[in-house]
Design a protein around this ligand. Structure first.
Ligand SMILES: [Fe+2]
Length: 202
């Protein structure tokens, strides 16, 4: 199976000024492309592998041959995580739908949720991601993953995510990760996040 870099569904400058055009272009065209290419290169070594889709692959890493398992975890993770990330970004969408109620139920208020998510994001050491997921108990949970590790590999379903690799923000925010996280809320596509939530708890 050969994976292709998914096209962005919006223009590279659509998320300005929160995510600048240059960051978006390099992030998608270079970084995401590189994960895609390296994933394909790893899978070429095992043409016998039957893979339904990239998500299934990450859910079943133990079924991937050992000699390419790390490459698939890292590059398959990079491939899927970025596809998921692009998809939940859009300007000017207000928090709405079932996810709104669920966040307010679980975290007491949206502000409290933001606080917890922000502090987990700031607290992540090094490169990785901060997620809102549906966990094994079918409840919302905030988790971080290192590198390109996917929540799918530990039985959790992603609902919302922020990329915390420096490549996601360094050109504009330099070392100020907290400023990037604070601006991120203006480009969360809550319609998509709500859809992810509804699908996850179905
Ligand atoms: Fe990234």
């Amino acid at each position: 199976m050969k994976f292709e870099l998914p096209k962005l569904e919006y223009k590279y400058d659509s998320l300005e000024p929160v995510i600048d055009e240059q960051t978006m272009t390099i992030h998608h065209d270079k970084h995401h492309q590189a994960y895609t290419d390296k994933l394909n290169a790893a899978l070429e070594k095992h043409p016998e592998l039957k893979i339904k889709n990239a998500e299934e692959m990450l859910k079943n890493l133990n079924k991937i041959p050992e000699d390419i398992r790390t490459a698939v975890k890292n590059n398959g993770g990079g491939y899927v995580n970025h596809s998921f990330f692009w998809n939940i970004l859009k300007k000017d969408v207000r928090l709405n739908g079932k996810i709104k109620n669920e966040i307010e139920k679980k975290f007491k208020s949206f502000d409290k949720f933001k606080e917890e998510f922000t502090s987990a994001s700031i607290g992540l050491f090094g490169s990785g991601w901060c997620w809102l997921v549906i966990n094994e108990n079918r409840e919302l949970e905030i988790i971080t993953t290192a590198n390109q590790d996917s929540p799918l590999s530990i039985g959790k379903i992603p609902v919302l995510v922020i990329d915390l690799w420096e490549h996601a923000y360094y050109l504009k925010y330099q070392n100020k990760r907290a400023e990037y996280i604070s601006a991120f809320w203006d480009v969360v596509d809550w319609d998509k996040v709500n859809k992810n939530f509804v699908n996850a708890v179905k």
